[in-house]
Every structure is written in C-alpha cells, then in structure tokens.
Design a protein around this ligand. Sequence first.
Ligand SMILES: O=C(O)CCC(=O)C(=O)O
Ligand SMILES: [Fe+2]
Length: 773
Amino acid sequence: MGKSRGKSSPVPALAAAVHAAARSAKFVVDGALPAADPGLVVEGIGPVPVPLRRGAAKALVAACHAAPYGKGTQTLVDDRVRKTFELDPAQFSLGAGWTAAVADATRTAAQALGLPADRLEARLYKLLVYEKGGFFLPHRDSEKHDRMVASLIAVLPNPFEGGTLVVRHGPAEEKIPFRDAASGTGAWFAAFYADCEHEVARVTAGVRIALAYNLVLAPGAAVRPATPAAPADALVEAIGSWVARHPTKPLVFALDHHYTQRGLSLDLLKGADRTLAAGVAAAAGHAGCLVHLAQVSRHLTNSAFDEYDRYGYGDRRTRLQGGQQIRVGEEIEDELYAEEWADLDGKKQSWGAVALDSVAVVSATPLDDWKPTAEEYEGYTGNAGNTLDRWYHRSAVVVWPRDRHYDVVTRGHAAACVPQFRSMVKGLSKTPKAKRDAARGECLRFARALVANWPHRYAHFREGTSPCDQFPAALLALHDRDAVAAFLTVLAERDEATPLKTFVAAACREFGWDAFERELKLLISPRADQYGHRRDLAPRDLEWLAEVCGETTHDPEWRLLVGELCRVAVGRFCERDARPRWGRDCTTATAAEKSLPDLLRALAAAGRDDDFARVIRYVRESPSDFTLDYGQVPALKELVPWSRERFGSVYPPLRAWLDAVRAELERATAAEPTPPADWARPATVECRCNFCTQLNTFLADPAAGVGRIPAGEDSRRHVIQQVERHRSDVTHRLERTGRPYTLVLTKTTGSYDRAVQRYKTDCRLLRELPSAP
Ligand SMILES: O=C(O)CCC(=O)C(=O)O
Ligand SMILES: [Fe+2]
C-alpha cells in the first residue's frame, strides 16, 4: 500500500479530465411543472383541489399517517428526524394531465442529469404533507427498485414558507425553495440522484404538499451511454503508458456518486460518472485493457493523542470527531483495496478483494481529502497506544491490461477465483473445436495465475472446506504436465490441506509414474516450522500416498516411485522430535495417530515389509504419542479387514502388531483393580522440602483421612502444585485461622477411580480388537 500524500497523480492528463467532467456535472435539476391542477382525489375524502380550501388541510392530515424514515434495514417513525405526514399511492389518485406533466418533467430531468430520457420512468411513491413545523433531516433515499437512480419531488401549489429542499453532492450544495409552489401559483419539481444527501428545512407557515416519485431506469439494449466514437487520444495514451509501466497495478478512477452493489453497471452510473466511465471504457479498450466496476475501501490507521496528552509527535493535526479534539499522529497502516466486482454490464464477478496502490488512484477529490464513512478512536488501553481508525468508501472504474487479467484478480484472494476457473474449465467441453485451443490456453493462464498466488493452508486449520479443494480436479481436466508440476511445487511450499487423494494417482497415470517424482518427494520431505521444530507429515499427504501405493500395476516406474516415496515418508514419520513433549490431553487422535493407517496401508500395498516393521517399532516405542485408545486399536480395526480384502489374509507384520497389542491388553485386564483397604495412598511426591515431606507422610499413613499442613502462601501454592503434578489422591481447602493459615487435605479414591476407568477401557479395546484366525 503506497502513500499518496504530497504526490500528484501519476497521470495528470487523467486527473484533469476527471476534474473537468466533475465540474460540468449536474446532480439536481428543478423547474416549473405546467399542469396547475393535479386532480388529487383522496380515499375517504374525495377530490382535494389545491390550493387547499379552508379546513381541507385538517381533513387531509387526518387521512394520513406519520411518515417513517429508513435506518439501515429498518423503517422508524421519529419526529426528531422527520416530521411529515404521508399517504401511500393506493390511498389517492391523480389526474391524467398531471401524470403527463410529470412524465415531461422526467424527460427534462433525464437530460439535465445525463440519463437516457427514453428509459427513465417516474414511479409514484408517496404523497407528503408538511404542516407548520414539518421537516426532514439530512438523509439519502434508499433504492426502492433495482434500477432506481434518482428521486423526483413535485410540490403542489399551496402557500407555505420555509420547507426548502437542500441537496448535496460532495462539497457542492443546492437549495430549492419550490418558488411557484410556495406562492401557490404553480407546481414545481426537483429531481436529484438517489445517493445525494438531502434535507427539507422546517416549514414555518402554511402547508407544503409534495408528491414523491422514484426515477427508475428501464433496462435498455445495453447502449453504452455517451460512448465517444473515437476515444480521446490523450486518454488512450495516458492509460497505455501507465499500464506499460505498471502492468499489475490496477488504475483506479474514483466515481463521484455512491453506488450500491446493484447500481454498479455502466448503464446505471450517474451524471459525470457516466461520461467518465464511458470515456475510460472506450480508451481502455484501445489500450488493450479490461474495465471493471468495484467498491474501493481505504482503511487508515494513525496513532492519535487526546488533547491533554503531551507526548505526541509526528504529524500533528487537530481533528474534531464526535465533538472530541484529538491530534492525529503518524500513520500506522494504510490499506487500499477494491472488492464487489462487476463488469460494465453489471454482471457480478466472483473474484475477491484486490489490493490497490494509492498512486494509481485518479480522483476529482484527492484521496487524502476523501470524507471518512466511519471513524473509530481507541483511547489508551495499556498495551497499545491510542489509535484512530478511519474507513473510506468509493465506487470506482478499474482498469488493467487484458493480458495481465488473471494475475491481477488472483493476487488478492485466489480461493475466491477458483469457482470461476472451474466453470471456465467446464465450459471447454461445450466450446466448438475451432475455439477450444484458445479457450484452453485461457484456462491455463488462469491456472498458472492461481498457482502463483496460491494461499497458505495449514493442516490443523483444515476445518470446513475451501473453494481451493475443487481446484485439483479442474486442473487435471486441462491435461497439462507443467501446470500440474507447478501446482505440486507450490503445495510443497505453502499448502498442506488441499486434498489430493485421487489427484496425484490420476496425474501419474496420465503423465507417467516418473513424471512428478521430484515434486512428490518435495511434498513429503522433512521440514521445520518457523521455530525450527519438525512438522508432522500432513494427513493429506499420507492420503494420496496410500492411493498411489494402492495402484495395481506392474509398471517398473511405479515400483521405483513408490519405493522412493515410502522411504522418504517413513524417514520423516519416524523422526524423533527434539522438543519436549508435554502431557497430552487424551480425548482425540493426534494428526500422527490419524494418519497412521494411511501410512501403513501404503507400505503394505507397496510391499515395503521392512519399512512397515520400522513404523510399528516406532509406534510401540512411543506409547504416549500413539495411544492404544486413539492410535493403535483404531488403526488395527481399520487395517486388519483391509488387509484381508486386499491380500486374502492378514499381512504378517500387521499380524505381529495385532498380537502384541492383544497381549498388552490381556495383561492389563488380567485382574480388576481393587479398592484401597485403608487410607494409605501412593506417596509419590518427589520434592524433599519440609512441606512435601509432610505431604508424603500423610499420603502413606493408613490411618489418616484428613491432614493439616500449616504453611505460608508460597509454600501452600508449592504443595498444591505438587499434588496436581503427581495427581495425588487428595482434595484441598484453606482454613483461614491462626498464623500461618492451614492447608487442609482430604483423601480421595482418585487413583483407584482412574484405574477402574482404565481397566474398563482396556476391556472394551480388547473386545473391539479384530480377531485373527
Ligand atoms: O419533501 C421533499 O422535498 C423531500 C422528501 C424526501 O426527501 C423523502 O421523502 O425522502
Ligand atoms: Fe428523501
């Protein structure tokens, strides 16, 4: 993320063009409406001529309900925000002459705002009545229709004072007093883009009656509005020279209006944005570039200081934020990215966020003068200084070279691009023969970009699935050896989660058993984590290894390959870890326990008897890493039937292991544990301090059920630690009398209870053990 501060735009010609377009644009238009009498008829009242006759205002208001306003997804009534009465269109009707006049005004508005007049339609939304004191605070209209682009307000001729409509767009502001309507002589309309902030000032006298319309753009025959026949040469040149220098830095043209996701389509752009986007689109096409629309976000984090804090340094500025004075200090982070992509026709693009460089942003309002959409100031928290977070959002037209398209879109979030890649590959089969090679080349470019930008994935985070999981199968469908090799190489570098169960064997079958030996060995060869500790083999890798070894073929290349792979895998699996092992919480299988059956299956299938025996020896020598409960017995339960099916008998080294486990379980279950006959308990505490000696004496004492050790706080804590470490059969509590306090220990049958549990588990494991005739 670059910094833009103090730097001028890299493309001055572009900036100038953008400035000019922004200045000439109108965002609100107003004028007289020819029809004097709207022909208003209200349900429950009948005809209501305007200007209102005496008493008519009261009756009209009585027929209305209080108008709500939108807040997020809610609509609320609050007369501190909006004091207006309204009628829904079902409750009143208007004359034909009036409706024709509004249609005329809509055409006028379309022209002034730069929208296609033949496709802009006014849809009646509400009748609004403002009595004296009525108003509406600044707000933006929500888009009530998919293609709503603007609002039109027609105020009827009925005398009132105040009630001015104020419409803002960026730094610009326009006031519309609805002159003729306020004097009661004629109707008056105003139309403005829906994203413009606007408000209705308080009505100070009289009654202001308005009709609100939504201006909706009918879908057209994808006409590119105002597309210049020949794009401005300067623009083509400026874009061309930018992309030549920065082929993977998207060029960003910030739009002036705000667009919702469904409004991101060239057709629905407003005013100057339309002209700008159409101009850029034409020029970019000539410069060999693609053009998309997106939402741009900037997240800026600065250090910040409260007013009274005198330790600030760096760029000192004072800002008012929610009334609070703070000084903004140096920049900590500046993130700029675009997401929610659409093409010019409004078709959503599924790729994710793409990082942008602020020097590549062309904006009528310089990046640093954007108004934040949200701010968050975090005061001093003790472990971090104060920070000010600010978020900025703008819609934009984004340009990059056509031939770098895949690089650009996969760079931010490759996983998000995988579904699009898959559907492109799927489409190949339906592509006419003549075009298939070109289409396949396109898919391969996409695949290479995905591989180059492949995400880091770790085995232990493998919860749920990722679109990445679907990539290998699609890649295979491209039948390209080099692409497969590149993918395997990247996986060895940064991904131990994407499943390859069928992928590796299928790729080898297609390209030969010697085609990927180097890459596959790399995938399973030993490696260390960032602390230099060895990393376990990923279960994913044992899964494909078992598949490859399970092939039935007499190909000598296959034999060579599986021999090499088994040798590397066993070497890594049986490597002792230098790091100390802490007691493990034994309620789930570890990764090594889970992948044990796959490794053994691979070795048995490949006929690697010695390797098999070596792994079993390793397992038997590491009973706390390969428990009976979660490691050995489950593996035997899986492998014995598998072996019978594959070889018609139990593979001898497997048989030997099964016998050893059975003998161990038989020994363990030969006699049921007996409950303690008196209070004597294992006195196994190794510490020889005065307090631990008292503890051991008490534990060994067959006559004492409760023991008391007076001790200071540190010594008490030490004794409790020892009790916990040795799992001694006592509970403890503190007696807060005397000096020092006394640690009171009460004996339990804890170790006996555990022995019973162990006994029961061993009986169950013995029962579950597969029989070997
Ligand atoms: O009454 C007006 O002039 C504007 C009303 C308005 O902004 C609205 O209904 O959203
Ligand atoms: Fe409004």
